[in-house]
Design a protein around this ligand. Structure first.
Ligand code: BG6
Length: 294
């Protein structure tokens, strides 16, 4: 029987604005209806852009190699399985999920996908899932490492975030006070941080150790003390603070322009001062959550 007052179908949000995902050349981009977006270069699954509050939040060198010939100088290169050699293998899109007003992109890599050269250098059976999640207020990157072999292995991880900042002299790094750090610019000697608001005034390359991942490290404005970025971590207890400063910046072929050291600061969540041991068949997960201009 035809009903004149036919009930409408229960809304499942089909007409609500939805996140969108686009794949172009070697990049995948996701945008929220509220305007935030993230772009990931499929080479090394490097996040190369995060736009929030109408502004680009990440620094990428104008001379960065985007053709897969070198790790990308900027954004968030993921370093695995050890520091000193950046991840140089292409990750493959393993899947995509959408949930409310968040977008999560997963990138998978396993030992079977590696080149012969890389397998020789690290002949272990592993699986990685690298997830990049964009919400209105945050960018989250997390890594799951699975040991798919029969022997234990050790690894390090670093989420090497290049923050885009207006001027290095106008920022301070908070949350490091009283922490022990290894200063790579002073023959890797150990020191204790005495500043509650660290100013970067020279080449800086420090590994801060044994931090509580739940306590944010904050990049704040020196003028009004307002937070610009906050970084909380999961299972990553080290934080690297790096700025190449004048001479090192000039010496890096893929860093440009020379003065761009003034517009970036790397604050990197990691597990790099020791080793994570992963038993056969086990999985480990760690990550970072970044909030911008809180
Ligand atoms: O040149 P790369 O390998 O990208 O590394 C850049 C910097 O990355 C930092 O994480 C290291 O602490 C520095 O020592 C290093 O110089």
């Amino acid at each position: 029987m035809d009903r004149s007052k036919k009930p409408a179908a229960i809304g499942v949000g089909a007409s609500l604005p939805q996140p969108s995902i686009a794949i172009k050349d070697n990049t995948i981009s996701a945008s929220l209806p509220s305007g935030e977006s993230v772009t990931i270069h499929l080479y090394g699954a490097t996040v190369t852009s995060w736009k929030a509050n109408g502004q680009e939040q990440l620094f990428v060198s104008q001379k960065a190699h985007l053709d897969g010939s070198k790790p990308i100088r900027g954004g968030i290169p993921l370093v695995f399985p050890f520091l000193g050699k950046s991840s140089s293998e292409s990750a493959e899109t393993a899947g995509q999920e959408k949930a409310d007003l968040a977008v999560k992109l997963d990138f998978g890599l396993s030992h079977t996908m590696l080149t012969e050269e890389f397998r020789k250098a690290w002949p272990l059976e592993f699986g990685l899932v690298y997830s990049v999640t964009l919400t209105k207020d945050t960018l989250e990157t997390s890594l799951q490492v699975r040991n798919e072999g029969t022997q234990n292995f050790e690894f390090q991880v670093l989420m090497h975030t290049y923050f885009n900042i207006d001027n290095i002299s106008n920022v301070r790094v908070k949350g490091l006070d009283s922490k022990t750090y290894v200063d790579k610019t002073r023959n890797a000697t150990s020191h204790t941080e005495t500043s509650a608001a660290l100013a970067i005034t020279e080449e800086t390359d420090r590994v801060y150790k044994e931090l509580d991942p739940a306590v944010p490290v904050i990049i704040s404005s020196a003028d009004d003390d307002k937070p610009i970025f906050s970084l909380t971590r999961k299972a990553l207890t080290d934080v690297v603070v790096w700025n190449p400063w004048i001479e090192k910046a000039k010496g890096m072929a893929d860093f440009g322009p020379d003065e761009a050291y003034q517009n970036m600061l790397c604050v990197e969540a990691g597990a790099v001062s020791g080793w994570q041991t992963l038993e056969a068949g086990e999985a480990w997960e760690g990550g970072q959550i970044i909030k911008s201009r809180l």
